[in-house]
Write a protein that binds this ligand. Structure first.
Ligand SMILES: Cc1cc2nc3c(=O)[nH]c(=O)nc-3n(C[C@H](O)[C@H](O)[C@H](O)COP(=O)(O)OP(=O)(O)OC[C@H]3O[C@@H](n4cnc5c(N)ncnc54)[C@H](O)[C@@H]3O)c2cc1C
Length: 393
């Protein structure tokens, strides 16, 4: 890429967590940043606009993400201490494992998880004593990751946005598309009415819309799935107190279920990491049925008997943007010198966002390398090879 001046003008499209951190990291390194979003920072239709996201370092088999998560922690803590709104709560993550979960942890250990974080093995009686709200009858192993915790997702977006604006960053609310390409470079992004925004470099961090913005190089490979999240009311009295004491929990058997008490008072959250049906993020009605709620309640009651009759409070239908192998997309556009693509979070990118932003900023401003496993070039072109392996997180 041609050398950029001391204070390059960079447009970041997408004010979800990946675009926000990238914009902020570019700004901290001297770039003149304009952030563009069709709907607003951390909005409800994107993937970053929920109340909670888990920060953890246990990754079943890929050291890259362990390291990216660990490197992100100081930035999250600094963001947390920059405001009176709590943004990170160090609740710890409790791993409730059965055969599949044990394999996952085994893979994390094989790639050095214990160099990255402290893990506490608990005997089942010990775990029952510590967290009496849990039914552990089918669990083979309990592991606690004490340094993990919960990020207040939407509030993180809003605080980053406030920091960006306070430091002179510009924000433009509009839906934009790549505009004219001149000799392997993008000159501008354009709105539907033709209004153009030019810059020296562009980052597209467009979450579930990334594939449709780049239909040839990304469209065939990224799958947007609906992910239902359910919230139940905590009971009052001793049962409610025991439940409120629980850390974030990851219940890893044949299915990977997870949840937590929403620190913002939204209730007891439960969701499955199983990929839902493919949807269009603009048109899906994002509602759940009474049968969906009943099915989740049955699962909930088995693990947390105190919640068997808990009133259902609300649902949130969120979206994952999945790559075929579960790795992210963090790369320069293969045909454009000044265009960078960031996304395909595949259900696990929130926690990594400060580091991803740092990597992209260093690539744009200093020509630094990006992880090969996150390249656009890794996507294969034959139908048979697509969507076959689901990288295990
Ligand atoms: C239910 C659920 C649970 C999750 N749990 C975790 C977790 O515990 N831990 C974790 O690390 N990760 C988790 N994730 C994943 C994480 O939330 C996502 O990977 C992350 O939020 C993706 O952020 P993003 O910035 O790429 O996308 P988004 O937040 O979707 O942002 C994209 C933005 O781009 C804008 N945009 C798109 N197209 C255009 C356009 N043409 N013009 C202008 N603006 C545009 C959109 O309006 C949007 O604001 C979870 C995801 C879901 C759905």
């Amino acid at each position: 890429m041609a050398a950029l001046g001391a204070s390059p003008r960079i447009v970041v499209v997408g004010a979800g967590i990946l675009g926000l951190w990238t914009a902020r990291q570019l700004q901290l390194r001297g770039a003149e940043v304009t952030l563009v979003d069709a709907r607003g920072p951390g909005n409800d239709l994107g993937s970053s606009g929920d109340s909670t996201r888990i920060w953890r370092t246990v990754y079943g088999g890929d050291r890259l993400y362990q390291e990216l998560a660990q490197r992100a922690k100081p930035a999250w803590l600094a963001l947390d201490s920059s405001t009176s709104t709590p943004l990170f709560r160090p609740t710890g993550v409790l791993w409730l494992l059965r055969a599949e979960g044990e394999k996952y942890l085994g893979r994390a250990r094989a790639v050095g998880i214990e160099e990255a974080t402290r893990l506490e093995e608990l005997s089942l009686p010990e775990a029952r004593r510590r967290w009496p709200a849990l039914d552990l009858s089918d669990v083979s192993r309990v592991v606690f990751e004490p340094e993990a915790g919960v990020l207040a997702a939407r509030d993180c977006c809003l605080q980053l946005f406030a920091q960006l604006e306070a430091a002179g960053g510009r924000y433009h609310q509009a839906s934009v598309q790549p505009g004219a390409w001149v000799r392997g470079r993008l000159r501008e992004v354009v709105e539907r009415d033709g209004t153009a925004l030019s810059a020296d470099a562009f980052v597209f961090a467009c979450g579930p819309w990334l594939g449709s913005l780049f239909p040839r190089i990304l469209g065939p490979y990224l799958r947007v799935t609906r992910q239902d999240v359910f919230y139940f009311e905590l009971p009052t009295g001793a049962a409610g107190e025991d439940l409120a004491e629980l850390p974030v929990w990851c219940d890893f058997g044949a299915e990977f279920l997870y949840g937590m008490v929403d620190p913002a008072g939204g209730g007891f959250k439960i969701a499955s990491d199983r990929r839902g049906s493919s949807i269009d993020p603009d048109t899906d009605p994002r509602t759940v049925t009474a049968e969906d709620v009943s099915a989740v309640r049955r699962v909930l009651a088995r693990r947390f008997p105190g919640l068997a009759k808990a009133p259902f409070v609300r649902s949130k239908v969120c979206v994952y943007t999945n790559s075929p192998d579960g790795h992210l997309v963090v790369d320069r556009h293969p045909e454009a010198d000044n265009v960078w693509l960031l996304g395909a979070g595949s259900g696990h990118a929130f926690k990594l966002a400060p580091t991803l932003g740092e990597l992209v900023a260093a690539a744009i401003l200093e020509g630094a390398d990006l992880p090969k496993s996150c390249s656009v070039g890794r996507f294969v072109t034959t139908e048979a090879d697509r969507m076959t392996t689901q990288f295990e997180r």
